[in-house]
Unconditional design. Structure first.
Length: 477
């Protein structure tokens, strides 16, 4: 059997409606990880949907309780065919955000998969049930085609708390590092660059949230009696924010800027165009770092955003000088940024500009990751994607958003390849979430071809990867 044969077989299976039936069952399980009332559903998803599918392919299953979040369990599945074969680790999350049932279109329910044109509506159809279900289906097709073999070793990690920031995931990967050891990481989450262009991304920008607060006094005071005599926290905080990010959206804290965009990254991103989709917002060409293209700003630079700003009573403004003001900000950043010292850098920047009264609180953060785009594994994946789809795939050094990729890249030390099966306007985390049928079908073809080829030439491919790593290490030394 050839790669073309197995892809045709997988697509015939898809066209018979088998994938749709599986996805409908999985969407119907309301796995809202933010709600304690859904504890049983979270367990049921793994017990009734994921474990039987993996057991049928001979995977050894290990269920792990989550000490950081009760009833948000993990599942580690392992199939070792031959220790000499390459091992691939994949990942998925079965939890979803709140269904928000009442705000969906009146003829839709988040828990019922509904087909309409090229869309399958349902919560989790895009994030992430639809995506990991494609990858499981690809494994199943290969397992059948090779008469009960994959041709490589395979491990899978499922979590049920990704939508609440993956509590316990990092500790799990440290504790079970040997059980999760592999040669390559290949998984699916996040969106493609666009609906029509297959995409490979190699990591994600990091994100760190922090709070700025001005506490001037316990009470608000009449603006007619005290205006011009008492400091206004709202005014002070607005000016403090303006010294962190200017009127053009440009980051002003030098210590939080990344290294200059390399020529290699510029070359990769020159083939990528952001936006322009039917439901995409209009890009402001004058917003963000000067001298960079919109694509470079999104994928190769840092951006500071003000997520919320509160002073006084916005619902019922009074003629009073408020006593407090607070803002929550976020820095999205690429590799090479000193994000862990963000509070110190913001503190020094504010002090130097006359804002010692502004309190700085580091809230939470996650690292940025980026696998080497010149590695042979990247070229292999791109070639397979182009052969399968007849389209030139987009290569993104990292997503503009964030994923828990650091646990796979940094803790487990794996080369990370992400092949998303969604698109930017999928409604992820919003109402009317949907998966495009055409993208799901194409995604199944791509993943089936990638995994089939890994079974054909995985050892040789890994040899090229290790040789490249050694050469790169020599250059660095």
């Amino acid at each position: 059997m050839t790669a073309d044969n197995i892809v045709e077989q997988a697509l015939a299976w898809f066209d018979q409606g088998e994938y749709q039936r599986i996805l409908a069952r999985r969407v119907a399980i309301a796995t809202e990880s933010q709600s304690i009332s859904r504890d049983a559903e979270l367990a049921r998803y793994l017990d009734e949907e994921i474990k039987p599918a993996l057991s049928a392919m001979g995977f050894r299953l290990l269920s792990v309780d989550n000490p950081h979040a009760a009833n948000r369990p993990f599942l580690i599945a392992t199939r070792i065919e031959d220790s000499a074969l390459p091992t691939v680790l994949s990942y998925g999350h079965g939890d979803v955000v709140f269904g928000d049932d009442e705000n969906w279109r009146s003829d839709l329910s988040p828990w019922t998969l509904k087909e309409e044109g090229d869309r399958w509506y349902g919560r989790g159809s895009a994030d992430n049930k639809g995506q990991h279900s494609i990858n499981l289906a690809a494994l199943e097709q290969i397992f059948k085609a090779r008469n009960g073999r994959l041709g490589f070793n395979c491990k899978l990690l499922f979590e049920m708390g990704e939508e609440i920031s993956s509590p316990g995931l990092a500790d799990l990967c440290r504790t079970y590092k040997e059980e999760l050891s592999a040669d390559i990481f290949l998984a699916s989450d996040g969106p493609r660059l666009s609906a029509v262009r297959p995409t490979l991304f190699l990591g994600s920008r990091g994100a760190v949230n922090f709070r700025l607060t001005v506490n001037a006094r316990d009470n608000a005071y009449h603006s007619g009696n005290w205006g011009g005599l008492l400091t206004n926290p709202g005014t002070q905080l607005a000016n403090a924010l303006a010294c962190l990010v200017n009127q053009h959206g440009q980051l002003q804290v030098a210590a939080l800027k990344p290294p200059a965009v390399s020529e290699a990254i510029r070359e990769i991103l020159s083939d990528v165009e952001v936006g322009g989709g039917e439901n995409d917002p209009q890009i402001d060409p004058h917003w963000g770092e000067a001298g960079l293209t919109p694509t470079e700003r999104l994928y190769a630079w840092n951006q500071l955003e003000v997520l919320s700003f509160l002073t006084g009573n916005p619902q019922r403004p009074m003629n009073a000088i408020p006593g407090h003001a607070t803002a929550v900000c976020q820095l999205r950043f690429v590799v090479g940024t000193d994000w862990q010292n963000l509070a110190k850098h913001v503190r020094a920047h504010l002090d130097a500009r006359g804002f010692p009264q502004v309190e700085v609180e580091f809230m939470r953060g996650s690292p940025a990751t980026r696998f080497d785009p010149t590695d042979p594994l990247v070229g292999w994946a791109l070639d397979i994607m182009q052969q399968t789809t007849g389209k030139k795939p987009a290569l993104l050094p990292n997503l503009g958003g964030s994923l828990p990729n650091d646990v796979f890249a940094d803790i487990l030390g794996l080369p990370t390849l992400w092949v998303p099966h969604s698109y930017p306007a999928c409604g992820q985390h919003g109402v009317n979430e949907h998966m495009l049928i055409s993208v799901a079908r194409e995604g199944l073809a791509v993943m089936t071809h990638l995994l089939w080829d890994l079974g054909e030439q995985g050892s040789a491919l890994l040899g090229q990867h290790h040789a490249h790593q050694s050469a790169q290490a020599g250059v660095v030394q």
